[in-house]
Design a protein around this ligand. Structure first.
Ligand code: SF4
Length: 339
């Protein structure tokens, strides 16, 4: 459960200059080697890891890994894992456990476009009926038709992250290959207006912009235009999927120093369940190379506490991730301070 004040957290996460400044600051030796900083970070890590020792804080559930796009920065086109959609029975089994374990946050997305799953709204409704207080997803917005928008509102979804990554059609087409810019804009505007008409504040709409060399000239215009009509605009850093995708990381290439200095938070707080029920270490595991369990055969609690998970956590705590598959090449940044 987040202890930091939510307004402050939102400000840090969604205010572009502040987020950029904090990222920059946390890449500086003067901060990460500072004894005070280390002391408070270790205290934070200790308290979060104790709090989620027995069960995860959140579940990321891959309802499907089928996608309708071929985006420039996404490894989906090179994924070797078999494609499919989670069965309703397995999904129910997972959510029923989440309810009992008081896991309050479910993100319905990993690889794939979640709205390709015809049971998407049913899944959200089911999770909400089991008292999961926060259910979110990430979509490319192409399948957010008027009917789906209405279904999503009816389902009780709390947060809808829409990946747009561009302010113009020209840039969009270079990044979100195979998808239709004007259709997505139309769908977003429809949802905004439908929410107004129905006087509902759910789902919260967050527009995502993954900033890198192809679109960074549009960041400011994007923020200025969209922040007036959606709940949040989120600018994030690009990464290279543990070296699997050759991308020009530009400015951010120098900015990834955190894992040599502090553990990654994900193995301590979030469980990732692939569509077939296997548990992967995290969202960087495109092909299921680091499988830690199987929810078809084991409970969430058994997997979370098993030896494989414990070993990975120990390696992170002792900053010896250089022989851990995936982690050794990872450039994704995760923060402890948001807990
Ligand atoms: S370091 Fe990277 S690969 Fe390892 S658990 Fe964290 S996000 Fe995943």
């Amino acid at each position: 459960m987040a202890t930091i004040d939510n307004r402050l957290l939102n400000f840090i996460l969604y205010n572009y200059p502040t987020k950029k400044f904090i990222n920059w600051l946390l890449s500086k030796n003067i901060i990460i080697h500072n004894q005070f900083y280390k002391y408070f970070l270790n205290k934070k890590i200790d308290s979060v890891s104790k709090q989620y020792k027995y069960n995860p804080y959140s579940l990321r559930i891959e309802n499907t890994n089928i996608c309708n796009g071929q985006c420039f920065m996404c490894p989906y086109p090179i994924m070797k894992r078999s494609k499919g959609t989670m069965s309703k029975d397995l999904y129910k089994k997972i959510i029923n456990q989440a309810e009992k374990l008081k896991i309050n946050y479910i993100n319905l997305h990993n690889f794939g476009e979640p709205l390709m799953d015809k049971d998407f709204s049913w899944r959200v409704k089911y999770a909400k009926s089991k008292n999961i207080s926060r259910v979110s997803t990430n979509t490319n917005g192409t399948l957010l038709t008027p009917k789906t928008a209405q279904n999503i509102i009816n389902s009780g979804l709390d947060e809808l992250y829409i990946s747009l990554d561009a302010f113009t059609k020209k840039t969009y087409q270079k990044i979100r290959i195979g998808l239709n810019y004007y259709l997505v804009i139309k769908n977003i505007n429809y949802l905004i207006n439908l929410k107004k008409k129905l006087k509902t504040n759910k789902p919260k709409i967050i527009l995502d912009f993954l900033e890198f060399n192809l679109n960074k000239h549009e960041t400011k215009k994007f923020i200025k235009y969209w922040q007036k009509s959606v709940d949040q605009v989120c600018i994030s850093q690009i990464h290279d999927w543990t070296n699997k995708k050759k991308l020009n990381l530009g400015f951010f290439a120098n900015n990834y120093v955190e894992f040599s200095q502090s553990p990654c938070r994900l193995p301590f707080t979030e469980m990732l369940i692939n569509w077939d029920g296997t548990v992967s270490i995290c969202c960087q595991d495109i092909d299921g190379e680091v499988i830690l369990g199987d929810t078809n055969k084991e409970s969430i609690t058994e997997i979370w506490q098993n030896e494989k998970y414990q070993k990975i956590r120990q390696k992170h705590l002792s900053l010896k991730t250089n022989n851990l598959k995936l982690c050794q090449n990872c450039k994704l940044r995760t923060f402890w301070w948001t807990f």
